[in-house]
Structures are given as C-alpha cells and as structure tokens.
Design a protein around this ligand. Sequence first.
Ligand SMILES: Cc1ncc(COP(=O)(O)O)c(C=O)c1O
Length: 391
Amino acid sequence: MQFAKRLEKIPPYLFAEINRKRDELVARGVDIINLGVGDPDKPTPTHIVQAMHEAIDDPSTHNYPPYQGTKDYLKAAAEWMERRFGVTDLNPATEVVSSVGSKEAIHNTFLAFVEPGDYTLIPDPGYPVYRTSTIFAGGEAYTMPLRREYGFLPDLDAIPQEVARKAKLLWINYPNNPTGAVATLEFFEELVAYCQHYDILLCHDHAYAEMAYDGYKPPSVLQVQGAKDVAIEFHSLSKSYNMTGWRVGFVVGNAQAIKGLSQVKTNIDSGVFKAIQRAAIAGFQTTDEQLQQIMSVYQKRRDIIVEGLKSLGWPMEAPKATLYIWAPVPQGYSCNDFVNLLLDKCGIIVPPGNGYGANGEGFFRIALTIADERMQEAIQRMRDAGIRYEG
Ligand SMILES: Cc1ncc(COP(=O)(O)O)c(C=O)c1O
C-alpha cells in the first residue's frame, strides 16, 4: 500500500522523537515530568457538564445537527462576541459557523481558499497546522518570523510585495502559541489595512482569547472598523473552559469567507453533536468569577515557573496570556541539545522551539498544565542538576 505523495511532504510529528525517549526512560523507571502538552488538566466547569447531562437526555439532540450549527448556538456565539468584545453587528445566519474545535476549521479554511501555487503567510514559530494545511492544499507557505525584538509580532514591511500579491491567507494568533505574546488593537488595525490593500483573507486564530492574566483582556480583530471586509476569527471552547475533548468552537466574520468554509465543511464533517452545542451555550454564559477561577490556576503556575527560572539565572518576564512560557536556552546549546539535557538529567519533557518553525531555534516551551507541586519539583530538579541560564 502506498501513501499519497502529499503525506511525504508533511514534516515529522513534533513529539515523535521526544515520546520515543520518554518511553525509554519510563521503561527504566524514571519519574517523568511532562511540561510538553498544552492540554488543561482540570475538569470542565460543573455548569457546562450539567447542561450536557440535560441535553443528552433529550432525544431531539441525537440526530444529525444542522451543518452550520443550531440557530441557538450561532445566536449565542454572536451574543458572546458582543458581550466579550463589543462586536455588535454579527449576523448569526451568515457570519458565524460552528466548528469541531478550531483545528478542523483552520485546516478547512486552507482547502476553501488556497489553490496550488498560492502563498499563505504564516507565523514562525507558530501552531504547526498552518504549515501542514498549506501543504495539504498544495500552497506555498511564506513564513513571517516572530522575533523577540519585535514583541513576537510579524514585520509586514519585510514581506516581499510579489509574495503579498500572490497570498490568499494571512494567519495570526494572539495571545500566541508558542511565544505567549499578545497584540494590541492598533496592530490589528495595521493588519486589516494590509489585508485590504493586498486582498488577503486575514485569519485570526483566537484559541487563547480567554487565557489571560493580571486583568488583561485580549482584543478581537473584529473590533477593528472594517475588519469584516477581510477577516475571520477562530474561537474555541477547548482551552478557555477546560474542554479540549469536547471539540467545539466557531468561526466568525466575513460572510463570503464563512460561506466558503461552510461549503467545505458541509462536504466533510456533519457538524457538532447538538448536545455539545447546548453545553457550549452554557459555556458562553460562564461568569467572570467562574472564568477568573479557572485562570487563577494557570496564573499561579505561571508565577512558579517564571520565578523558578529567574532563580536559575533566566531573564524572564511573566507572559500576560496563554498556557505557555517561552524561554531562551542557555548559550552554547541548540534547543534540541537543551531539551535532551532536561530529559536525560532531570526527566523533564519540553518541546524544542524549532518544533514550531526554524525561528523557534534558541527557545523551549513550557506548558502550564500540570500540578503546582510538579512544577516546583521540575525547577528543583534543574537546580539539583546544576542547570542555569548563562546568556
Ligand atoms: C494556536 C492554536 N490554535 C488552535 C488550536 C486547536 O485547538 P482546538 O482544536 O482544540 O480548538 C491550538 C491547540 O493547541 C492552538 O494552540
């Protein structure tokens, strides 16, 4: 049996080599601390689980859902956008579509808009799906380096004009995985103007819209005047409400883009289980206090890691958002060398920065998804092994 050629072009899975080493160490009885995976460890809030119990007992939720999403779900998503971001003019019937988490919708957007030979503008480092889905669609990925000196924002002036003219999609993601960076509304304005100029669909992956600390509230790109002419935004309940396994989200914005995406989806998936859509509506009704409770868990862990790394010489600032700490590797190490050192000497798993793109070289990522004590222990193991940051 032969795989399709396109599968040969997909880069190796980021965690494959790390997992192989992990299995070896586990077999030798090593107690591994896994700081790799961005999968919340806490349960889904009770009010959402309760809504699911009630919904699943109602047989009318058991058959195929409407492709685009139930009317109630689309309306609730639009209302949430209004409450959360003050975006008031969304038509649930034409400007919102439900999605199976956000990964599916991200991928299908490439299928809807990218022809062989078209460019996509993607961040590097970045969520790996932007690159692999470009390959699946037969496009050419042009990477926009995210550099620390630019606050991990892309430099639009550095994109060659001939590339911009052939680009169909420009992807951004703030709060950002893996760097933890955030963007201002002013930066979103620049992006909207750029995409209007070059007729590019601006795709904002807002998976971490609610994962923010110290009172910070990440903006929506749709708050920019005229954004709906060129932009769509991907939302997911996965991270905000500890719902990664539920697979529910929505895409919102430009009606023509939503139409194209919906056309692909109608032919591929058959929507989100109606009971899950009802539970997600309860998710949209999460109060500020409930959300704060979820986020305070991560904020505390963020502080443990940031303070811990600082005590080992790392030059760190606490990120305002996301589930991640993006830290430089000490001088003299490649990111792969340093990640292997952490695994071999301390039994700690972290992904190397270059797993998110070539510009991630020199960094590693820590996910805040394990218990406080294990995070403290990770720092202690580094201290005991004599690992320090030398710049
Ligand atoms: C930046 C980003 N976008 C999208 C996703 C996909 O999440 P989901 O499909 O669970 O909504 C992730 C998951 O890690 C992510 O980090």
